[in-house]
Ligand binder design. Sequence first.
Ligand code: FAD
Length: 397
Amino acid sequence: MSGRPKALIIGGGIAGPVTAIFLKKAGIDAELFEAWPYSTGIGGGLQIAPNGMHVLAEIGLADEMIRRGSVAESFDFHSQSGARLGSINQNMRQRFGQPAVNMCRATLSEALINKAWCENVELRFEKRLVTIEDRADKPVVVHFADGSSAEGDFVIGADGVHSAVRAHVIPDGPKPFDTGLIGFGGFVPHAVLDGRAISRHVETTFGQSGFFGYGYCSPDPKDGVMWWSTQPAHGMDAAMFRALDQQTLKQHLRGFHHGWHDPIPAIIEAAENIVVTDTLDVATLPIWSRKRSLLIGDAAHATSPHAGQGASLALEDAMRLARLMQEGQDLTAIFQAFEAERRPRAEKIVAMARRNGNSKREFSATGAFIRNQMMKWLLPLGSKSMDFMYAYDARAV
Ligand SMILES: Cc1cc2nc3c(=O)[nH]c(=O)nc-3n(C[C@H](O)[C@H](O)[C@H](O)COP(=O)(O)OP(=O)(O)OC[C@H]3O[C@@H](n4cnc5c(N)ncnc54)[C@H](O)[C@@H]3O)c2cc1C
């Protein structure tokens, strides 16, 4: 690279804008391409763990996200009838320097895109990457579905679990793995939880089959509670559920969670705009880069949501990549160093999330009873074994 290098970043989710912000700060130009039009209202709720919050703090967004989200004071577990099984993730701020924060994905996305704009990142929407042309002694060229193209010095594939950049880096490579669980989620008003002493805890329930969770995610009384239901897919996929109307989806949830403890039925009754997602992951890829293209975030190591870490890993990737680029080695060495550093941590977490998902599958009545008894004993140990995720601080590596 000679002169001021330029990154072509594919994907405007989480890893993409944050990488662009850090690269700009490191003196590297960044042009970002997102397949969809600009929008401020897409997606359900999510939690950013302390390790991700450190990265948001570094770009000056941690306080804003705490203000616009809701600090999660613990993760509490219950059985289907409401018996308490245990609690993890307490005192996160004291233990790890940042709290875990629930937020709307749309709020996070809006903040990241605004920040990227402020850092003079060139943002292009409705630019769906189709192919990458990488010929020696020429700039790398990215081609879009609308027939346009752009040139730069290297490509960062931050285009998520169905990454088109991955198809360029590893043609005929592994496809995302369907873990056999399906997710439903959305928001309900604060009023649904009024009078219940859940405080700022995230409340979760393990049923005989499936799982339900809810917690505050914003100060907005209209839709400031996020909820999600995870269920065995039984041969259905998200597209099949999305083809159903909202009333039919609600009826399905009523049936599935019939008899579950309060306030789960009330949350389902209040639910609107229910979002359905497949539960996919990418356990391991043979390589993360080829020539001048590198994969980061879900494109490199998509994780199922059962460890609550995918977004935080994407944030960590963005910051570590920019730090390595700042050190100024040649591109191949940087990409190799990035993969060597990030792969063990990311793949360990993807595997852990997949294991966590197993406890949300279908059990016999006896199996569910045994699982619940084991959870009571194992939660304190399990909690300690997760500290490595939260204790990581990308600023201190
Ligand atoms: C239901 C659910 C709940 C989750 N909950 C949590 C949670 O609580 N905590 C957590 O940390 N993680 C959670 N995750 C995981 C988290 O959402 C992801 O790990 C995270 O979004 C990854 O960020 P990313 O930037 O790599 O990819 P994404 O956020 O998926 O962004 C990829 C972007 O690339 C764009 N794109 C795709 N293809 C193209 C193309 N060809 N050209 C241009 N642009 C393209 C997409 O439109 C998208 O904007 C959850 C995931 C799911 C599905």
